[in-house]
Design a protein around this ligand. Structure first.
Ligand code: GAL
Ligand code: ZN
Length: 681
């Protein structure tokens, strides 16, 4: 994948870390929770398990600075020295995700305020206002002290800014920062009023001082105001990230800087953050009971690879077994965490780390699984951790290898924010659900997908899928159009091209900016009852991969569409829309553009995926991939991962060596549940 907009161009990256170390393996290490006697055992066990990277200091601000300005770094010196002695690299965190109680106690204005005007207290974590100058100042002071002290320390390999940036604050300080941000964007109040459409419901602003964050209000809030608020909150965190990063870069220019993402996390536009960091890192906790977890996880990994511009990324946190923050926390069966780790590796991760090294005895995460459980190291769980750490050495050559993909899925935060506002035709059409439903058929066919931002350079892809682009800018729409005209195959999902970047509806037939390239347009969005489901029938003849006239079910959403040059591939069957287009396909110059005006059930989306892949000349890695098996290629290694409950025989395209077992394979491999093969030709 070519770096597009929003993709890092830094010279530092995962390779800075893996050079000389191979794949990274380790986890969050919180020695401040343990007496020093335990540290020596930790270091010994880490070595035995092949741990070569630990994240230290994430929540240690109160330990490092017990009262304002009084610092205690001695214990951290000893931790870093110990790690260096054992050849374990340190991902040193700035402790700014959890300010000490003294900050909120002395400066309550640093505590965040929710939409209803309530301050959130300390006693947990994340209690800070991203726009608070007092918080910023104190945060940068401790970051500076940390960087000054550990610059050049042999253990220091990576900086970890804060933790899972995601705080939002509605206080007066944030309101002032929001106004400053809006002034920057719109210049004057007249332009703001126009952008927000404030003639609606008497919302016209006469003075900047009247402009506030979207706070709890009697009824629906202005969607354009809300969209700008999402943008502002994301930018505030980005700004905070940058401020810390700049302090770190100035003192340790050769040490990469990262922060840990949370997958498809709504509050922060990760394209914007990824562009500013050296290493993309993610925290990912699949729900053991979710049947879609393997696909959802693959999608998230592909997003991380996209954020990294196709380069390797770091799985910063995952769990060896149950988490403790769901209402009912299913454990992972033996073999599961290994399978998940290898899945991330197969999809471009060069580091597989866990939360956390040693299970906490106290605090809110006492019941979260770890690499060393409460029962100690002489346990089946720790034995599995050790075995996994050691087996990763067999795959060391994969570090730095790319995951080739000819299909891209377009996903952007602005459209996500704009779509999921109250007051839309249906709150059952959501950005991530749409993305996942379109991703699944490709996942099931062993077709690799890159996730890219709407402004990406698409020219390298044979197929581009935009499951939902509710908000699209003129430039991005032009980019998609040019991609098709240049020979690409594009698929656009329902309720796309609806609003402009101000969240104002584009008038005329929809999707206005894509109408021409799609050769079809609509005039009504028509949410449908769930029962009975929407019926559609294939109309485009046998080349659609489905029998002409065969029906399929769809749900939730329909549109009143007219073909304007496009062929109708499927039409609605029965009801008011009987015979009107449901799926269209348009040859536009050298390319093909598809539009899907409903939400087809999975089998129909699968048939559609087959058809568009044929248009694009792309096929899966293994024809007839058995159900439950994931196939993905990294470098020259073909990974086969069995997420299903049955032992399966998987045909393989060429004779190979399984790097995990060292055995040769020819014709097929047999995979028990949770088994993985890493096949090198
Ligand atoms: C992450 C967080 C960690 C820990 C973990 C538990 O969100 O970064 O500090 O809380 O979840 O699953
Ligand atoms: Zn605030």
């Amino acid at each position: 994948m070519k770096p597009g907009a929003g993709v890092t161009s830094s010279e530092l990256g995962m390779h800075t870390l893996t050079e000389g170390r191979g794949l990274l393996f380790g986890g969050d290490y919180n020695p401040e929770q343990w007496p020093e006697e335990v540290w020596a055992e930790d270091a010994r066990l880490m070595r035995a398990a092949g741990v070569n990277l630990v994240t230290v200091g994430v929540f240690s601000w109160a330990r490092l600075e017990p009262e304002p300005g009084r610092r205690d770094f001695g214990w951290l010196d000893r931790v870093l020295d110990l790690m260096a002695e054992h050849g374990i690299a340190v991902d040193l965190a700035t402790p700014t995700a959890s300010p000490p109680p003294w900050l909120g106690h002395r400066w309550p204005e640093t505590l965040p305020v929710d939409e209803g005007g309530h301050r959130l207290w300390y006693g947990s974590r994340n209690q800070f206002c991203p726009s608070s100058p007092v918080y910023r100042e104190r945060a940068l002071e401790i970051v500076t002290a940390l960087a000054d002290r550990y610059a050049g320390h042999p253990a220091l390999a990576l900086w970890h800014v804060g933790n899972e940036l995601g705080e939002v604050c509605h206080c007066d300080v944030s309101a002032a920062a929001f106004r400053a941000w809006l002034r920057e964007r719109y210049g004057d109040l007249g332009t703001l009023n126009e952008a927000w459409g404030t003639t609606f419901w008497s919302q016209g602003y006469g003075d900047w001082a009247e402009v506030v964050p979207p706070r709890r209000a009697p009824y629906l809030i202005n969607p354009s105001q809300r969209l700008d608020w999402w943008r502002f909150c994301s930018d505030a965190l980005l700004d905070h990230f940058r401020a810390e990063r700049d302090v770190l870069r100035a003192r340790t220019p050769g040490t990469p800087v990262t922060t840990n993402f949370m997958g498809l996390f709504k509050r922060v536009d990760y394209w914007s953050v990824a562009a500013e960091e050296d290493v993309v890192a993610n925290d990912w906790y699949p729900e053991p009971g979710d049947p879609l977890a393997p696909a959802r996880t693959a999608l998230t990994h592909d997003l991380m690879r996209g954020l990294a511009g196709g380069r390797p990324w770091l799985l910063m946190e995952q769990s060896t077994s149950a988490v403790n923050w769901r209402p009912h926390n299913l454990p992972k069966p033996p073999g599961q965490f290994r399978l998940e780790s290898l899945q991330a590796l197969a999809r471009g991760a060069d580091g597989l780390c866990y939360f956390q090294w040693r299970a906490s005895r106290f605090g809110a995460e006492r019941f979260h699984a770890a690499m060393v459980p409460h029962a100690g190291a002489d346990t089946r769980l720790h034995a599995a951790v050790r075995a996994h750490g050691q087996e990763l050495r067999k795959l060391a050559d994969l570090a730095g290898e790319p995951v080739p993909a000819r299909v891209a899925m377009v996903f952007g935060w602005e459209s996500w924010w704009a779509l999921e506002e109250r007051g839309r035709p249906s709150d059952r059409l959501n950005a991530v659900d749409q993305l996942l439903s379109y991703y699944v058929p490709f996942f099931e066919r062993g077709v690799s997908v890159d996730v890219v931002p709407p402004a990406a350079d698409l020219s390298a892809y044979a197929l581009v899928v935009a499951p939902n682009l509710f908000l699209v800018s003129d430039e991005d729409a032009a980019g998609l159009t040019a991609y098709v005209r240049g020979g690409g195959v594009l698929v656009v999902g329902p309720f796309s091209g609806v609003v402009d970047p101000r969240a104002q509806v584009r008038t005329g037939r929809f999707p206005a900016p894509l109408r021409e390239v799609l050769g079809a347009s609509g005039e009504e969005w028509l949410p449908a009852p769930e029962d009975p489901p929407v019926r559609c029938r294939w109309t485009g003849g046998p080349e659609n991969g489905a029998e002409d006239g065969a029906e399929f079910a769809a749900r939730t959403w329909t549109e009143l569409l007219t073909a304007e040059g496009a062929e109708v591939v499927a039409e609605f069957a029965g009801g008011d829309l009987d015979g009107r287009p449901a799926v269209t396909r348009h040859r536009a110059s050298a390319g093909v553009a598809w539009y899907v005006a409903t939400m087809p059930e999975p089998a129909a989306l699968g048939a559609l995926a087959g058809r568009v892949l044929a248009d694009a000349g792309v096929s899966g890695l293994i024809p007839g991939l058995p159900e439950g098996v994931e196939a993905v290629r990294r470098g020259e290694v073909l990974f086969l991962l069995n997420h299903g409950g049955a032992t399966v025989r998987v045909p393989i395209p060429h004779a190979a060596e399984d790097l995990l077992t060292g055995s040769p394979a020819e014709g097929h491999v047999t995979l028990a549940p949770r088994a993985v093969a890493a096949l090198r030709p």
